[in-house]
Design a protein around this ligand. Structure first.
Ligand code: NAD
Length: 376
């Protein structure tokens, strides 16, 4: 099959969907791989590295005009215009953006949004949300350490003792767990909050303290269990008690990393303006939910998506694409996720895709086919 790898055109996007490593594997499976010139450069994969494994270097039309197009981000209208009717598309296609999916369907594409894969053991090797969130959690801590004007570890020196940084992590999914692990390696003292009760044990096993907000009603407990491992919006009663506990910790924190998301809904507000006002000057907030909260903010309403702002002496980082700042490894992991997904729909030497409608992962990811959006 003719497999195309375009250069990503979304602002700030540095990742690539196929690395020389996975291009080589696609070639070994009997497929022709066409990579747009420069597609991998920002992820440390120059054209020559693709050519060395037998890929062909082409232009945008050459890559987007293939039978199977492998992308990181959903294609823009200009990119869609270069695709072929009946071609297949695999990428992070924003499955909650209905009008975006309708554009893909109208172009006659068979499209698979990898973010929609179930969070099951079998889907783990193709779980792009996990592979990228893991990187975001890591990079958020590295960025916080860079912006923070003090040490993370406790140090005893001849010139006196330096206290360890206090780090608060809000939302302990994949990104939050990696943020805890990374901050721990740097020597910080960490507290973390999440709505899901199962998280407590994971937080403690990483050497952090869980901010306990007990469930007082059956409704609160049921909401906290979530669905499919994901959080659901919590009742206001629980959120009010969580706010009190979080506010106390945030006031003492040097660094806050917030990662709380609810699929298909705006990110919850966890760090209010009043909480920021009460923080120590010089403290840092890295809002991984930037751009996903109400009115384009994140878990904090003062966050400005894509920017770093100073408010009341607090630095608030609203970076919206942290994985793109670790482009080589983010691409390496993403490309392996893509390759693993392809095993479900693309046989060796096949000239067309096979779409098994009895496979739960394939069905979950399929968002457009035969001119229709296939996701409810
Ligand atoms: P996510 O990015 O959707 O959300 C991040 C975190 O924010 C979640 O832990 C969520 O509970 C939390 N959150 C939401 N509202 C909050 C609030 N008001 N206060 C505090 N925290 C709040 O999560 P994710 O990292 O994508 O993980 C989602 C689920 O998938 C988890 O249960 C995770 O363990 C599971 N998972 C399973 C697998 C697998 O088995 N294959 C792989 C990865 C993740």
């Amino acid at each position: 099959m003719l497999v195309g790898v375009p250069l990503e055109t979304a602002a700030g996007e540095t990742r690539v969907a196929v690395t020389p490593e996975t291009a080589k594997k696609l070639k070994a499976q009997g497929h022709t791989v066409r990579v747009q010139s420069g597609a991998g450069v920002r992820a440390s994969a120059p054209d020559a590295a693709y050519e060395a494994v037998g890929a062909e270097i082409t232009d945008a039309a050459g890559a987007l005009g293939c039978d199977l197009v492998l992308k990181v981000r959903t294609p823009s209208p200009a990119e869609i215009a270069l695709t072929k009717r009946g071609a297949a598309l695999v990428g992070m296609l924003d499955p909650f953006d209905r009008s975006g999916l309708e554009r893909l369907a109208a172009a006659g594409l068979t499209a698979f949004a990898l973010e929609a894969a179930p969070r099951t053991t079998r889907a783990q090797s193709m779980d792009v949300l996990s592979s990228q969130a893991n990187i975001a959690g890591y990079k958020a801590v590295i960025m916080a350490a860079d912006r923070y004007q003090k040490f993370f570890p406790m140090l005893m020196t001849a010139a006196g003792t330096v206290k360890a940084a206090r780090v608060v992590i809000l939302g302990v999914g994949v990104a939050g767990l990696q943020a805890i692990a990374t901050a721990k390696r740097l020597g910080a003292v960490i507290e973390a909050s999440d709505v899901r009760p199962s998280v407590k044990e994971q937080v403690e096993s990483l050497g952090a303290r869980f901010i306990d907000v007990p469930y007082e009603t059956a409704e609160e407990k049921e909401a906290a269990e979530g669905v499919g491992g994901y959080a659901r919006p919590m009742p206001p009663s629980w959120l009010a008690r969580q706010k009190v506990e979080v506010a106390k910790r945030v006031a003492q924190a040097d660094v806050v990393i917030s990662t709380a998301l609810i699929p298909g809904r705006p990110a919850p507000t966890l760090i209010t303006t009043e909480m920021v006002q009460a923080m120590k000057p010089g403290s840092v907030i890295i809002d991984i939910a930037a751009g996903r909260g109400p009115e384009g903010g994140g878990n904090c309403p003062l966050t400005v998506a894509g920017q770093t702002v100073q408010v009341h002496g607090v630095t608030i980082v609203g970076e919206t694409n942290l994985p793109a700042l670790v482009a080589a490894d983010a691409s390496a992991l993403y490309a392996r996720n893509v390759l693993d997904f392809l095993k479900l729909v693309l046989a060796k030497d096949a000239t067309a895709l096979n779409v098994p409608m009895d496979d739960d992962i394939v069905v979950a990811c399929l968002v457009a086919r035969d001119g229709q959006v296939t996701r409810s």
